[in-house]
Each structure stands twice: as C-alpha cells, then as structure tokens.
Design a protein around this ligand. Structure first.
Ligand SMILES: C[S@@+](CC[C@H](N)C(=O)[O-])C[C@H]1O[C@@H](n2cnc3c(N)ncnc32)[C@H](O)[C@@H]1O
Length: 296
C-alpha cells in the first residue's frame, strides 16, 4: 500500500470515487487542487494574519522591514520603468513603495491595516514623496467598487496571507496590464523553529511558495522564480528588546511560554560590541515570482 500524507487528501472527486471502490486513487498533476491544499494547510482559525495583529505589529515591522537588502533585491528583479504605475498590495509602511517611488510614475499602495497606512503616509510626507497614494483596503475588498483601475504592474511582496489564494492571484493578475511580481516564504520563512521548540509549541508555518507556484501553473501562468536567502542575526540593545523581537511569532503566549521564551533569550544572547546578538544565525528564504502578461 502507498502511504498518503494529509496533503494528498485534497484530490478531485474521481480519485475519491476510486478510493470508495477500494482502489488506490491515482495522484496526478491534474488532480491535485493546490488552492484546496493551501486552504487545508493554512488552517481555518488563523488569528495571526488579522488586521489587529498587523496594526499592533506595524511600528516594529516598519522599523526592520527596510533595514536589509530584501527590498533592493525585489526591486532589482521587478526592473522598474519610469512610466509605470504600480499597484502594491499589502504595502505595509512602504517597504517597497518608498524606494520605488523615485523610479516609477505613480504607486497605489493598499493595506488593510490603518496603522500601516498612517505610517506610510507619514513617511511619504516626511520624504516629500507625492506620487504614492496610500489606501486602506484588503485583498477581499471589491477593488473596482473602491475606484481602482488596472495598473501597468501589480506587486504583492510577502503579503499573500489570504484564505483563497486562487481568488487573490486571479484578482492581482487582472489588475496588471504588463507584469506581476509577488514573493512568498520558502519553508518556514521568517519563523524561527528554535523559538517554537523553546516554548514547547509545534512550528506550523503557513504554506510556502510551492503551493503558489504550482497553483499559478494550474492557472496557466508559468512564473519566473528567484530565491533570496537572507542570513538573520539581529542586534539588540538589551534582553527585553530581544524578547520583544521574537515574541511576534507566538500569538497569545501563556505565562509558562513567556518565561520559557525569556529563558531561551537569556541562554542565547551574547555580547556584541556594546550591544547583544543571538549566538546563532539563521537563513530566511523568500521566493520572488514574476510573469509578464503577454507571455504568461
Ligand atoms: C509581511 S508584511 C509585508 C509588507 C511589505 N509588502 C513587505 O514586503 O515588507 C504583510 C502586509 O500585508 C498586509 N496584509 C495582510 N493581510 C492582508 C489583507 N487581507 N489585505 C490587505 N493587506 C493585508 C499586512 O497588514 C502587512 O502590512
């Protein structure tokens, strides 16, 4: 007997019927429903990605999101042209919109977190950026009803945290005239397995880029893909800052979990030129996928 993992439960009716008849269902590239797998492996009760979570996280995320080479790499792959107008979905405080503003004609920047949008508006004001239009809007909103039109380019960087991936990709694709560029985590992405183990929780990261890539394939979109690997070894002013910077991964920590995380930080923090750093480095990987509309 072939063993079937939980992932392969989402097969089409024909395969289910075969099983009912006592036959081993035939797995094939056609019968795997990647959107269904995404929904299944994402879990129905994810609180992590809701608006309140991102409102709370906005100030600290805004501080660190632009501090490394990720945005630069994404923009190099996007290869912006001066006459483009760009739709940036899940823009946060402008990780991409702010550095992109000087290189394109205009940007419509959407995020469902009002705090993120306020931070982006303030950054644009402070930097004298006039060609970014920040809007509070979600993946699930009716963008046409909000007055949004098709743009030259549509991007979604690290923001495809949606229940219906196929609906989101279809929508993004339909709002782009020339090119679409997205990025998704590879493996556990920004989640640090050691932190989960330290508090005694299982690390169950969201489905990674391979669901998206395969779903795009089934949608008839043959995306280019580049991998970005970023070694992470942050520096902290003190133990409390290190604790705070890790605790975003663990929503609703119990008292026991909190003390385990504090103990983990105390065990792994080492002095680093007047500041502190963890005694290990980890790789965070992203897959940047893009396609041109004419040849997708
Ligand atoms: C990990 S951040 C990425 C931000 C930015 N694009 C980047 O690469 O740094 C994810 C962003 O997506 C936004 N977001 C999450 N779910 C969303 C949804 N359903 N609709 C709109 N924005 C969403 C969050 O508020 C957050 O700003």
């Amino acid at each position: 007997m072939r063993r079937r993992s939980g992932c392969f439960r989402a097969v089409l009716n024909s395969a289910v019927k075969e099983e009912e008849m006592g036959m081993e269902p035939a797995l094939s590239i056609e019968t795997l429903d990647w959107n269904q797998l995404w929904k299944q492996d994402r879990g129905g009760d994810r609180r992590k990605d809701d608006r309140e979570f991102w409102d709370r996280r906005a100030p600290s995320f805004a501080k660190v999101a632009g501090a490394d080479t990720y945005a630069e790499t994404f923009l190099r792959i996007l290869n912006p042209e001066p006459d483009w107008n760009v739709l940036d979905v899940g823009c946060a405080a402008g990780t991409l919109a702010v550095p992109l503003a000087a290189r394109v004609r205009s940007i419509t920047a959407l995020d469902f977190s009002p705090v993120m949008i306020d931070l982006l508006s303030a950054r644009c004001r402070d930097a004298g950026i006039a060609n970014v239009a920040p809007r509070v809007a979600s993946w699930e909103d009716d963008w046409r009803a909000l007055g949004l039109s098709t743009h030259d380019i549509a991007i979604a960087s690290r923001s495809l945290a949606v229940d219906d991936l196929q609906a989101a990709l279809t929508k993004l694709n339909s709002f782009a005239r020339k090119r679409v560029c997205i990025s998704c985590p590879v493996g556990s992405g920004p989640f640090d397995r050691r932190v989960f183990e330290a508090v005694g929780r299982e690390c169950k990261p969201s489905p990674d880029y391979i669901y998206t890539y395969n779903l795009l394939y089934q949608m008839g979109i043959y995306a280019n893909v580049s991998f970005v690997a970023k070694p992470i070894r942050k520096s902290f002013a003190n133990e409390e800052e290190a604790f705070e910077s890790l605790s975003w991964m663990l929503d609703e920590m119990s008292g026991t979990e909190e003390s385990r995380l504090r103990q983990f930080v105390a065990e792994h923090l080492i002095p680093d030129g007047g500041r502190w750093t963890m005694d290990y480095e980890r790789q965070v990987r992203w897959a940047i996928m893009w396609w041109d509309k004419e040849i997708a």
